[in-house]
Design a protein around this ligand. Structure first.
Ligand SMILES: C[S@@+](CC[C@H](N)C(=O)[O-])C[C@H]1O[C@@H](n2cnc3c(N)ncnc32)[C@H](O)[C@@H]1O
Length: 271
């Protein structure tokens, strides 16, 4: 196994994200979570893990010029793209330990929003909630959709098996945190939030551009498989694609993946 740090077309760049994963921020898939958020004119809303900013822009439009929206993401390329796309405020920081200019931001937000991000925060999920608490007013909303229990079932099993077969410990490489309702509700409550609603929502998701191979290149190559050489990673990806074909590819050659989303609206009770 070799560690590497060089760019390639499989990097998690804004362009690759837009090309392979536009379904993540599509109107169809985000209607429910945006209806939980209900952004209104004049509100201050932070978008945790804004990516290239497609959803941040929609929130920015809803809060209008009298409101304030900020996107936060730890990927510099995503932040640059979000600003270029018209997001007025975007900030680079790890959500697990948010560093923000305190005088500008603390305890002044009506809502923190996040779509398809918090399952990447396996190292310190509680740190994300502490960051949200620092931004929110008492009574502020925390509205989120993320990968939940059994998300991407099949692919994750395939990656674990392929890596284990090569003598490595998959649990250490696995970047994903897919909590159950009970686990995440407990975390929210212990951090001082009241949970208004929380559910697990299975969603069959067609993989349009690049099928499962494209998905693995985007979401696993520089995360789960980051310690492997290009050659080793390609062999693992081939193996996983082969393993999953029986369940995830239809007779016309179209791929789909079973996403399971954890969706919640919580309210901050106390600072
Ligand atoms: C699947 S994209 C979702 C982007 C956007 N929310 C959307 O719906 O299109 C996940 C984003 O979360 C960001 N991200 C993942 N872990 C993060 C962390 N610990 N801190 C900050 N950003 C993170 C990634 O850089 C990426 O832009």
């Amino acid at each position: 196994m070799a560690s590497r740090n060089r760019s390639s077309t499989s990097d998690y760049s804004a362009s690759n994200y837009n090309q392979t994963a536009a379904f993540v921020y599509s109107a169809e898939y985000t209607a429910s979570i945006l209806s939980f958020l209900k952004p209104s004119v004049g509100e201050r809303i932070a978008d945790f893990g804004c990516g290239p900013g497609e959803l941040t822009l929609r929130i920015q439009e809803a809060v209008g010029m009298s409101g304030f929206t900020i996107g936060i993401d730890y990927n510099n390329d995503m932040i640059s793209r979000a600003l270029a796309n018209g997001v007025r405020h975007a900030y680079m920081s790890d959500l697990q330990n948010i560093q923000i200019p305190a005088d500008m931001l603390e305890n002044s937000f009506d809502a923190v929003f996040s779509n398809a991000v918090l399952h990447w925060c396996k190292q310190n999920p509680r740190g994300v909630l502490d960051g949200a608490k620092r931004l929110l007013k008492v009574g502020g909303r925390f509205v989120c959709e993320m990968g939940g229990f059994m998300n991407c079932i099949g692919v994750r099993i395939g990656l674990h098996r392929a890596v284990k077969r090569r003598g490595y410990e998959p649990d250490k490489m696995d970047p994903w945190y897919f909590p159950t309702i009970e686990e995440y509700q407990g975390l929210l409550e212990s951090a001082g939030f009241s949970v208004n609603t929380i559910s697990l929502v299975p969603r069959l998701t067609p993989l349009l551009d690049g099928g499962l191979r494209g998905w693995l290149q985007l979401f696993a190559r520089r995360t789960f498989l980051k310690g492997f050489s290009d050659q080793e990673a390609a062999a693992i990806i081939d193996e996983v694609v082969d393993m999953c074909e029986v369940d995830m590819k239809d007779k016309e050659g179209n791929w789909a993946l079973m996403y399971v989303r954890l969706r919640f609206l919580a309210t901050l009770d106390s600072p």
